[in-house]
Design a protein around this ligand. Structure first.
Ligand SMILES: [Zn+2]
Length: 411
């Protein structure tokens, strides 16, 4: 293993041991102290690298800049998030390194296992170094694999001053996992209008497409009356909400759809006889399909009003984020260069649409075009999360190749 690959492994093992679980209950940014702690660790390491200047923002962003050769395509931003998901425990991560993986079943605590017979990706990792948690926590490859990849690339740049690269802006973000990853994003401090989130999954993943997303909040108003004397008078908002939910097509629920077919679902419900609130999410790769589902919800609400005379429903629909493909189309050459960088690093690009959104989607909408590159891990947000070192190594090589292509050399 080359020195820099060993360095990459050690960095990753270090970073996962700082608890950076995002806290959805907190209004602070970052939402947990551990995230800021890791940003400070990264800043300390970057300051020890030649040619890097850093800026740690109280809003939970660490910026690191490295001047390069001015090329026709301007500066490039590289992003990764330091927080981990609150969906599985993230404190006291004890990473397990399976060197020269021989294809065996990996036994984890609590009876969990990783079985190559059930996982092609694991089966393909024979001979590689596989890193898992011990089964009591998540691993945190989402997205500390991305953080380690960026840091390792930074280290490599500082040791290879002759390497070609554009002006680079590294951005380490917080609270991605609770949907607040680009809150107060420091656009004013960045020159780049093109970037890359290194937050994808398996080796080769290159994601340039995600959902269009809408959030519909329904307010259902009923009429309360003493139940002993309610005939023809009481209108029950709880029953109205339940009826509205029952009218949403089950064949278009997330649990009934996959691939490019979008979905909608009732996400939360609360209320009493007088008033109920219902939250509905709509997702699709096509804006037209989102509009069709919005209309479906409107029609269902009207139906409920008809069935519950005297009841009233108001809907408030808000767009949450857009399919980044619509923005990335402005610069087809960007994706061409990125795809070429993968190929030059010996990686077959896997172009899969994301059934979700990314920080990159929100940034693309605001002018920083940001597709998503693999960081190598899988089984995210769970105790069975794992990552092969080989994929992380390849991601660093993709960044090396992309930088050269970006400066206009070797294209
Ligand atoms: Zn992530």
């Amino acid at each position: 293993m080359a020195d820099w690959q060993q360095d990459l492994l050690e960095r990753f093992l270090r970073y996962v041991q700082t608890d950076t679980t995002a806290d959805p209950q907190s209004a602070d940014k970052p939402s947990s102290a551990g995230q800021f702690e890791l940003l400070k660790i990264l800043r300390g390491e970057l300051e020890g690298m030649d040619g890097f200047s850093t800026e740690l923002l109280p809003s939970g962003y660490l910026l690191a800049r490295k001047a390069g050769s001015a090329g026709p395509r301007g500066p490039l931003a590289l992003l990764a998030h330091v927080d981990t998901s609150p969906d599985a425990p993230g404190r006291g991560v004890k990473p397990k390194v399976h060197r020269n993986y021989a294809g065996q079943i990996i036994e984890l605590e609590g009876g969990l296992k990783l079985d190559p017979a059930e996982d092609d990706y694991l089966a393909a990792c024979v001979g590689d170094t596989v890193i898992s948690s011990d089964g009591t926590t998540l691993l945190g490859a989402d997205d500390k694999a991305g953080v380690a990849i960026l840091m390792s690339y930074a280290q490599w740049l500082s040791q290879n001053p002759a390497a070609l690269h554009p002006d680079l802006e590294f951005v380490f973000t917080t609270d991605e996992e609770i949907g607040r990853g680009v809150e107060n994003f420091p656009f004013d401090k960045l020159k780049a209008r093109r970037g890359l989130t290194v937050d994808g999954g398996r080796l080769g993943e290159l994601e340039d497409e995600c959902y269009h997303a809408y959030h519909v909040q329904a307010l259902l108003e009923g009429k309360s009356h003493h139940p002993g004397d309610a005939r023809g008078k009481l209108v029950n908002a709880v029953s109205m909400a339940a009826t509205l939910v029952s009218l949403l097509p089950r064949s278009e629920s997330p649990e009934a759809t996959d691939g490019r077919y979008g979905c909608l679902w009732a996400n939360s419900i609360q209320g009493s006889i007088e008033e109920a609130r219902l939250s509905i999410y709509i997702r699709d790769f096509s804006e037209d399909e989102c509009q069709r589902r919005l209309e479906l919800v409107r029609q269902a609400a009207k139906t409920v009003e008809c069935v519950f005379p005297g009841g009233k429903i108001s809907l408030d629909a808000k767009k949450q984020y857009s399919n980044m493909r619509d923005f990335l189309r402005q610069d087809p050459e960007f994706l061409e260069k990125l795809t070429l960088a993968l190929k030059r690093a010996g990686v077959e690009p896997l172009r899969t649409p994301i059934r979700g959104g990314t920080d990159g989607a929100r940034l693309s909408e605001q002018g920083l075009l940001c597709p998503n590159l693999f960081a190598g891990g899988t089984n995210f947000h769970s105790r069975r999360e794992w990552v092969p070192l080989g994929a992380m190594v390849k991601a660093v090589q993709v960044l090396q190749e992309l930088s050269v292509l970006w400066t206009g050399e070797g294209s």
